[in-house]
Design a protein around this ligand. Sequence first.
Ligand SMILES: NC(=O)c1ccc[n+]([C@@H]2O[C@H](COP(=O)([O-])OP(=O)(O)OC[C@H]3O[C@@H](n4cnc5c(N)ncnc54)[C@H](OP(=O)(O)O)[C@@H]3O)[C@@H](O)[C@H]2O)c1
Length: 322
Amino acid sequence: MSRPVCLVSGSSSGIGTAVVAAFAANGYDVVVHYNSGSDPSDPRAHKSSGEERAAAVANKLRTEHGVEALSLGADLSQPEAPFDLVDRAYAHFGRLDTVVSNSGVTNYVRGADGQIARYRFTETPVDHLEQELDRVLSVNLKGAYRLCQRALKRMIEQAENERRAGQEVPHRSFLFIATVSDVAPDSTRIPYGVSKAGLNHVVLGAAFDAGQHNITVNALRPGVVETPLTSRPSGIVDPETDQQYTVAETYGLMAEGGSQALPRIGQPEDIAGAAFAFTQIPYMTGQLIAVDGGFTLINGFPNRELFLQEGMRRRQERKRGD
Ligand SMILES: NC(=O)c1ccc[n+]([C@@H]2O[C@H](COP(=O)([O-])OP(=O)(O)OC[C@H]3O[C@@H](n4cnc5c(N)ncnc54)[C@H](OP(=O)(O)O)[C@@H]3O)[C@@H](O)[C@H]2O)c1
């Protein structure tokens, strides 16, 4: 019998790379998906294209786990691209057992001066908001929506074929990588939160349709995770070195200051382990589950400054060996 097959969108970077590796380590053949990586407004720290990174991930997984790893590119902001991606994966392997919709972007866009600009809710200029909404909705909501539509269609076809052949229909699974920003408020990131909150509704509707074919649909909502997405400068300066903290460093410091129950931000492997586990539970569907170190217990966003100060104080204390 052939190995089960998993497609992970956006597996050329960050969380997606760790997720696709978790499936390969568990004996799945995998599709490593990349975007062009050529988005001119992208301030992430990558030195190579999405295609090169995906090829390297696929090579590593073949070597380390002896599975088949196919690398495919698609800009999921384009209407037909998610359908085409699923169909190419399905045509290649002849089966599709798990799909993880992980591709995502935040609502940073560059202004005319080339700098990333973000505004508070009531201060956002109309043109800027239009660009932000186009950016996040096209990938995070519309792209993920379409990916789910076509993946479920192909999974349902398989289930129907199995039923017709008198075979047992195995459990299959679709998982969205969403975010705790769907409910945690932050004035400068409302477009991002809107795109991911919209996804939550897709989960509920899709789970309803898919259940009768033994397919489960859920969302994993990460808190802050250290990835290229959070490696950009945060605008907050370390008073000792005068260097700007990255977004990940800022939230790491806040976590030390009590902004979440666990005093550290997440690593991609934290999310990957949970993602794999969630897709293996045949009786869990339509759930929106936070894997966030307890961020949503406290919600550090509104009191960012307070938690930062407290994080710095505690760090100093530890340095002094108090
Ligand atoms: N990092 C966090 O703190 C955090 C927290 C909560 C939720 N999340 C969610 O987790 C997911 C992964 O985030 P990450 O931190 O791992 O980000 P990342 O390192 O920036 O990776 C994003 C992935 O999405 C792909 N992508 C970007 N634009 C795309 C497009 N137009 N079409 C198709 N794919 C596209 C990228 O492809 P290329 O690299 O090839 O361009 C990359 O593989 C996202 O959905 C994000 O919203 C992240």
